[in-house]
Design a binder for this molecule. Structure first.
Ligand code: GLN
Length: 195
């Protein structure tokens, strides 16, 4: 299988290393031509405004929307989740709008408030170690969005989704590519096999 990672900014190389470890071909996607040959796509963490602006400059926004609308499986992590989403609670920024959620950027605080947690993800038999780096959480979910994991607001504001799925779009607030736990990447590959 050919699994792409959007390679405009952020830690796409770590994602591609996971893909290669799972025995598939990892492809850096920077152009519509590269996008056209992949079976699935990962949108990495990084800085969502940078990824969004570069996607506009590289003329990738419409090709991405089209392939995702046509059922290409996608995994968006952290900034990648923000880029997939319909909106943020803050100022407007380029977003694909294919995942029916509103995200709060930097929801847990600043860089120094980054943390790790053992997260219970629906359908997994044991918790997943999750690395949150200036992470967003999901503020609002649409009707077709399934919540697979949530965390409590450290300031007592209730629980917020951090792993969601809508059709073949999977999104996480944290960085699954950093811990050696490949279960979410395997889920992406399974949804290519199911297609
Ligand atoms: N804080 C970044 C943003 O809002 C996301 C950080 C990350 O991807 N680790 O885009």
């Amino acid at each position: 299988m050919r699994i792409g990672a959007l390679a405009l900014q952020g830690d796409f190389r770590e994602h591609l290393a996971v893909i290669e470890r799972l025995g598939h071909e990892g492809i850096e996607v920077r152009t519509p031509d590269a996008l056209a040959v992949v079976d699935a796509l990962i949108i990495p963490g990084g800085e969502s405004t940078a990824i969004g602006r570069l996607a506009v400059i590289y003329e990738l926004v419409e090709p991405l929307r089209r392939r995702i609308a046509n059922g290409m499986p996608v995994l968006g992590t952290c900034a990648g989740m923000i880029f997939l989403a319909a909106g943020t609670t803050g100022a407007a920024q380029p977003q694909l709008g294919v995942l029916d959620v509103i995200v709060e950027r930097n929801a847990f605080g600043r860089q120094v408030d980054s943390f790790e947690a053992d997260l219970q993800v629906a359908g997994f038999d044991r918790p997943m170690r999750a690395v949150f780096i200036r992470a967003p959480w999901i503020e609002k979910v649409g009707g077709d969005v399934e919540v697979l994991a949530a965390v409590d607001d450290p300031y007592g504001g209730g629980s917020h989704p951090v792993v969601v799925r809508q059709d073949r779009i999977l999104a996480t607030s944290f960085h699954p590519e950093l811990t050696g736990d490949d279960r979410l990447h395997s889920m992406l590959i399974e949804s290519v096999e199911e297609r």
